[in-house]
Design a protein around this ligand. Sequence first.
Ligand SMILES: NC(=O)c1ccc[n+]([C@@H]2O[C@H](COP(=O)([O-])OP(=O)(O)OC[C@H]3O[C@@H](n4cnc5c(N)ncnc54)[C@H](OP(=O)(O)O)[C@@H]3O)[C@@H](O)[C@H]2O)c1
Length: 322
Amino acid sequence: MRAIRVTTFGSIENLKLESNVPVPVVGKREVLIKVNAAGVNPVDTYIRSGTFSLLPELPYTPGSDASGVVEEVGSEVTKFKKGDRVCTVRSVSGSYAEYATAEDKYVNHLSDKLSFAQGAAIGIPYYTAVKALQIRAKARPGESCLIHGASGAVGIAAIQFAKAIGLYVVGTAGTKEGMALVKNTGADLVFNHKEEGYIKAVQAAIVGADIILEMLANVNLQKDLDLVNTRGRIVVIGCRGSIEINPRSTMAKESSIMGVNLMTATDEDLQEAHRVIKAGIEEGWVEPKVSTTYPLGEAKTAHHDVINNQGTTGKLVLDTTK
Ligand SMILES: NC(=O)c1ccc[n+]([C@@H]2O[C@H](COP(=O)([O-])OP(=O)(O)OC[C@H]3O[C@@H](n4cnc5c(N)ncnc54)[C@H](OP(=O)(O)O)[C@@H]3O)[C@@H](O)[C@H]2O)c1
């Protein structure tokens, strides 16, 4: 089969398309998926570069998120059969390939209403949104939530989940197109995080936020501490550097800063998120927005773009059939 292989950690040049990779063998509790689309996540680039805390053994095929059709099931799998449309959040063999194996507990049926590209956009973004809002921040209906960076893959998932559980949602984006996407996805209010003074505008509009989901903490954490309500929760999802903050801000309002890390999520957390997302696919609120689809052989460009994009408008996906 065709697959992207990495034999040495390093730059995007280390993503090589190979055409004679063996199809992975399905384990007892695993599903072999004929992959139609694979999600490209920022963490795939941290792993490829060798800087992430958890690294696979070399050589490996990148990617955790995939969607496609079940080709074969392991002897102990009962929930899936050959021909089912599915998506997964974890892959044993790697999703940037024509075939991938996944443990059945991480696989969901994919509604006919969603395309394969949308199916590949569910994994990490939606599980992270559920983990951040429900498991870490313990969001309650009626609370207000600022999604600081709402135009990307996790942000879109978070808007949809937050609205589904009854939150008042304020989102930010860096361009007019991104702002329109955030609004159309269901945010009650939208602001531009590139505009000077936007934090004051958010404050004027909503007073403060009970929950803040932060996609770029190294830029925004002090602003979040200023904006969060008394006993509010700031959930750090994305951070690409360090920042100086004044911890006194947390005392005055008894606010909390908490991190989220999907890669080290417990099985219990993943199963809770799995149940929420399964229901969301059935109910229809899980509706990923895909901005760009690349052929499998252009994984390098996708890795470049997912880290350097400005003016994000949703998810980047690989079409593994091309
Ligand atoms: N902790 C975890 O378990 C976990 C899981 C998934 C993702 N992440 C991390 O979360 C981050 C987002 O992931 P993603 O897949 O959604 O990436 P993405 O699709 O590339 O989205 C990035 C988002 O950040 C926004 N952004 C850019 N500058 C910003 C600023 N100054 N303030 C606020 N937001 C800003 C972008 O908006 P514009 O482009 O419109 O400016 C966009 O909405 C990444 O750093 C990723 O590594 C962490």
